[in-house]
Write a protein that binds this ligand. Structure first.
Ligand code: SER
Length: 886
């Protein structure tokens, strides 16, 4: 049974049993405290803990998940994958234990011919939480399971939570017995490899906090409603139903493994170590493909780092299999072909995905080459110093800064007969992890108190009226002071205000929050920020500038109209620039982030190299032509699937709300899913001026632009500079570049001339200087101070010219000069002088000592310098004294 068919049977079964089928949410979790969707329940957390009322009482889905906590297990066991799909059925306050158990049992053991999964009853075992007598009794009654196949386990195994504060509860797991060939008798309590968990039914009933470990946390209290969260491992069921040994051999994964085997020229099933590598590659390549398809891009932190790590581990595994060159073009293509039926986006977005994947592999291969050079140096230095091990900080630097994996460092060091100070390395790694954890904890704390918003959100979504009006009368539903619900807030206090309706835009989709006020009877509030702390709820952070505001009072939200207008111009301009970029660069230039506020926009997109001046101008022109064309801006709310069909650009999956808002500018020319505020026709944008283009990371570029009046002001400032230049240079504007280039050339020519004059002037001094030669200690010596000179080179050049003029008889020239307040002496000797023992180096040194500095050089010419200009005669005397000595 193909993996896709298992998923389809699951969805069909639950649809038949009144569940709404919902699409998978993105792998990128909307919850900032969890990097990825690690379980099917993550996108439903707001419904499960009652923060947001669930739009349906029961649902079912196939959810894409990423878990990298067990990354070291990948390839070693049959069932650990970093990417996997979880089939789930959900009850939000509807059915509970009995329903969950009946559905699970019926689907698992139902005959294949009737749409079931066809498991033999005798192959299934279950576990329940230690004191959950109710679940045990239900398994006996509904499934007819004998007591010995219902095992009880503790919190470690049968209590489920995400590791974060949130909804949790006891669970009951269903296991498949692979048979005595795979391990010991005695059920999952004894051997969880022979007995493979395939489905987990969680009875979500309480809220927990202060989570310290799997078993240590504090139960806050019961959830407002009891819920069901189940998770069936699609890959696990697939490998069992397909009669293969593990999840890396199922139809969606095996083709990558086979490709890696071919590329390496080694066999699968021959060497245990190699097999693990093949499975790691098959798993990691698929995970990377899926992460890229959900918009994650490789980087050095957060989600991007995990993606990078997966890709690098694959490269590393290929190298250990003996392949040094690039393999992603082959491996990712194989994975794409295996996944595209279930996730068409991996094929439709292939150009972008493959661009990132292949570039990352190339970069890493270069890193490995560069790291090898640094490591070679470290090895040489370590050996020279007589140490037996490469130091911990050195190994850490290679890992942390150069991305050079520690196991590679160990391996290469070993080949060179060296150790690595592993203990010191581990300490540094440990410190780094502790820093990362502390950082994550502080973010979690900020989120843990979201429950204060539950009561407000329960009253419904905050209605945003600001698309149509800039002022809305409503009432204060709630107030928070210092994060705690309050009845009132007085002048000078900072508070959060929840209104039933608001005209103020909350920051989202790259558009910053509105500015403005909230006013009511006897009070005035200034808006500091507007955010959505939970989906659907708007919270205004305000300063009470006048009077006292209380819950229940009338409240009018008032938008700062000028600021809003400029923000709308900037947001519409962002869409225009995005469309222009795609017109110019093609469809792979997809959005990677954006920010827009009054007068300014910033747009990041996937692109590997700098844009040429011509391309920038083209993008700017296309966007401004769209402004000139006065294109109509229209918005429409419609089902997501329909919007996608119409070609709207949306990279991230959306689980909340079945409908989306689509913004068109000029019909399909610019079509994006967007909840932002826009102008009503493109002409209102006024003007877009691209002011910057730069790189963000290895594979993204950023354009920045000024919009509307701000763009005009920028251009006006430039015009002012240009008119100053035309006046100063007395040159018409269009001839300015040529004129400035001419001026540069003239300046260069003049400098050349001056240099020639100076050289002539120097040469003119040669005869007179040579004329001062007098015998000293068997040579002829010229020792003269030149006074102020332009450069050290002049002194040197003159010394050499004088020496040459003195002919072949032994001669020494010592010239001193004052170069911009620094004293210097150059000593030059000819062949005969050197033969007689007069070398320049020691003489220059002696002169420099007199100047209070140092010096030296070759035997034929040397120089010295110091700060004492007055000591020049003494320095020349020192040279003479040096020659007088026998
Ligand atoms: N939340 C449970 C799990 O992830 C069941 O979906 O295992």
């Amino acid at each position: 049974m193909k993996t896709a068919e298992i998923a389809q049977r699951y969805l069909d079964y639950f649809e038949k049993n009144d569940h709404v089928i919902v699409p998978s949410a993105s792998l990128v979790s909307g919850d900032p405290s969890i990097l990825f969707t690690i379980a099917g329940m993550v996108p439903f957390i707001p419904y499960l803990n009652g923060l947001v009322p669930a739009p349906f009482p029961r649902a079912a889905d196939v959810q894409k998940c990423i878990r990298t906590l067990d990354i070291e297990e990948v390839g070693h066991t049959a069932r650990h994958g970093t990417f996997f799909q979880m089939l789930g059925n959900w009850s939000f306050g509807d059915y509970f234990k009995e329903g969950a158990i009946s559905y699970a049992w019926e689907l698992l053991t139902g005959p294949e011919a009737d749409g079931g999964l066809g498991f033999a009853e005798g192959d299934l075992w279950v576990t329940v939480y230690e004191d959950d007598d109710e679940a045990a009794a239900l398994w006996r009654r509904i499934a007819g399971l004998p007591d010995e196949r219902i095992q009880r386990m503790g919190k470690e195994d049968n209590y489920w939570h995400t590791g974060q504060p949130g909804p949790a509860g006891p669970c009951s797991e269903i296991y498949f017995d692979r048979g005595p060939a795979y391990g010991r008798d005695g059920g999952p309590a004894v051997d969880d490899s022979r007995f493979t968990e395939i489905w987990n039914l969680v009875f979500m009933q309480e809220q927990i906090r202060d989570v310290r470990s799997k078993t240590e946390f504090e139960v806050v209290g019961p959830l407002p409603k009891k819920n069901i969260d189940t998770g069936m491992g699609l890959e696990r069921v697939a490998f069992i139903k397909q009669g293969v040994q593990n999840m890396y051999e199922i139809d969606q994964v095996r083709p990558v493994l086979d490709r890696a085997v071919e590329l390496s020229g080694r066999g699968y099933g021959a060497e245990q170590e190699d097999d693990v590598r093949f499975r790691v590659i098959a798993d990691h390549v698929r995970s990377s493909l899926m992460l890229l398809s959900d918009g994650v891009t490789p980087s050095n932190e957060g989600r991007g780092y995990i993606l990078r790590r997966l890709m690098r581990r694959s490269v590393r595994a290929m190298r250990l299999l003996g392949v040094d060159g690039a393999t992603f073009p082959e491996l990712f293509t194989a994975s794409r072909d295996a996944m595209k039926d279930a996730y068409p986006v991996v094929a439709s977005d292939w150009a972008r995905i493959s661009q990132y994947a292949f570039a990352e592999e190339e970069t890493f291969l270069r890193t490995l080459a560069a790291g090898s050079a640094i490591l070679d140096l470290a090895i040489t230095e370590t050996k020279e110093s007589g140490a037996a091990a490469i130091s911990g900080p050195e190994a850490f630097l290679l890992h942390d800064t150069y991305g050079f994996p520690i196991d590679l460092t160990l391996e290469v060091a070993q080949e060179a007969g060296l150790d690595v100070d592993r203990a010191a390395f581990d300490t540094l790694m440990h410190e780094q992890k502790a820093r990362a954890k502390a950082d994550a904890r502080s973010r979690k704390r900020a989120l843990a108190d979201q429950s204060v918003y539950r009561q407000f959100r329960a009253a419904g979504e905050t209605v945003f009226t600001g698309y149509g009006e800039l002022q809305t009368e409503s009432s204060v539903l709630g107030l928070l002071v210092d994060g705690v619900p309050a009845q009132s807030a007085v002048q000078g206090q900072i508070a959060e205000v929840i209104l039933a309706e608001t005209a103020l835009y909350a920051e989202s989709g790259g558009q910053v929050a509105d500015k403005g006020m909230i006013v009511g009877p006897g009070y005035e509030l200034e808006i500091l920020d507007v955010q959505k702390p939970v989906p659907g709820l708007v919270s205004h952070t305000v300063e009470v500038t006048q009077g006292e505001v209380g819950v229940g009072q009338a409240a009018t939200s008032v938008v700062d109209a000028a600021n809003r207008r400029a923000a709308a111009q900037a947001h519409s301009a962002t869409h225009l620039v995005h469309a222009a970029l795609r017109d110019t660069l093609g469809r792979t230039a997809t959005q990677a982030g954006s920010l827009n506020r009054a007068g300014y926009l910033r747009f990041d997109f996937a692109w590997g190299q700098a844009l040429s001046e011509a391309t920038r101008s083209e993008i700017e022109e296309i966007a401004n032509n769209a402004v000139r064309d006065n294109l109509q801006v229209s918005t429409r709310v419609l089902p997501l699937a329909e919007a996608k069909e119409l070609g709207a650009m949306a990279l991230f999956g959306e689980k909340y709300g079945n409908t989306v808002r689509m913004v068109d500018i000029g019909g399909p020319w610019s079509r994006e899913l967007c909840a932002g505020t826009h102008v009503s026709s493109s002409a209102e944008v006024g003007l877009i001026s691209l002011v910057g283009e730069s790189s963000v990371g290895a594979s993204n570029r950023r354009v920045e632009a000024l919009v509307g009046v701000d763009a005009f002001r920028e251009l006006a400032a430039e015009r002012a500079i240009v008119s100053q230049l035309t006046a100063a240079l007395k040159t018409p504007r269009d001839q300015l570049p040529g004129r400035i280039a001419d001026l540069g050339a003239q300046l260069k020519a003049a400098e050349k001339k001056i240099a020639a004059f100076e050289a002539r002037a120097l040469a003119d001094r040669v005869p007179a200087l040579a004329g001062t030669a007098a015998p000293v200690g068997g040579v002829r010596l010229v020792a003269q101070s030149l006074g102020a000179v332009a450069s050290a080179d002049d002194v040197r050049s003159l010394a050499l010219q004088v020496r040459d003029r003195l002919g072949a008889d032994a001669a020494v020239v010592a010239l001193g000069g004052d170069v911009h307040g620094h004293s210097m002496v150059v000593v030059a000797t000819n062949d005969a002088a050197r033969a007689a023992g007069a070398t320049a180096g020691p003489l220059a040194k002696a002169a420099a000592a007199a100047l209070g500095g140092g010096g030296g050089g070759r035997d034929d010419v040397a120089q010295g310098g110091g700060s004492d200009v007055a000591a020049l005669p003494a320095a020349l005397a020192a040279v003479r004294a040096g020659l007088e000595r026998p």
